[in-house]
Design a binder for this molecule. Structure first.
Ligand code: FES
Length: 161
């Protein structure tokens, strides 16, 4: 498994936090997904070896929890909160707006490979609902006009690449 040296250091460090190294499986999977964007097949065997488990043990966890992705995502990741405050203030319409703008649907990579739009649960910014995260940037009080600006910026940045 080809991971950045800093991720490997974090992984080795996280394992020391647990009396049984098998208990480090979830944080390891999160670290891998953070770097790679999803959990590829080779990560399953790699984590199993690292923790002295069978691949099936890791596979069961990866397929049980919906937050682990099995497929690559787009270059940009748009996460729209769908929990109560955001849902009541238009989160669903905002998500549809991004789907239309990028000609895609939730969870899929857009045809140009540029974005993945997804619903997520509460982003801990309920007072400024509805909120959207693009990669690591939080956007608050996102109405239709603001969603349009965000989409336009993503498209402009893609053209500069
Ligand atoms: S409900 Fe959306 S941030 Fe909490």
């Amino acid at each position: 498994m080809n991971l950045k040296p800093e991720t490997l250091i974090k992984i080795d460090e996280v394992i020391t936090h647990y009396p049984e190294k098998r208990s480090a499986m979830m944080p390891l999977l999160h670290l891998i997904q953070e770097e790679v964007g999803y959990i590829p097949e080779e990560a399953i065997t790699w984590v199993a070896e690292k923790l002295g488990l069978q691949p099936i043990n890791v596979y069961e966890v990866v397929t049980f929890y919906p937050m682990f992705r099995r497929q690559p995502i787009g270059r940009r990741h748009i996460k729209v909160c769908r929990t109560l405050s955001c849902a009541l203030r238009g989160g669903y319409q905002i998500c549809e707006k991004f789907e239309q703008e990028f000609n895609t649907h939730r969870g899929a990579v857009s045809p140009d490979g540029e974005v993945t739009v997804e619903f997520v649960e509460c982003l801990a910014s309920c007072g400024t609902a509805p909120v959207v995260m693009v990669d690591d940037d939080l956007h608050e009080q996102v109405d239709g006009a603001k969603a349009q600006q965000i989409a336009d910026r993503i498209k402009a940045e893609a053209r500069q690449r």
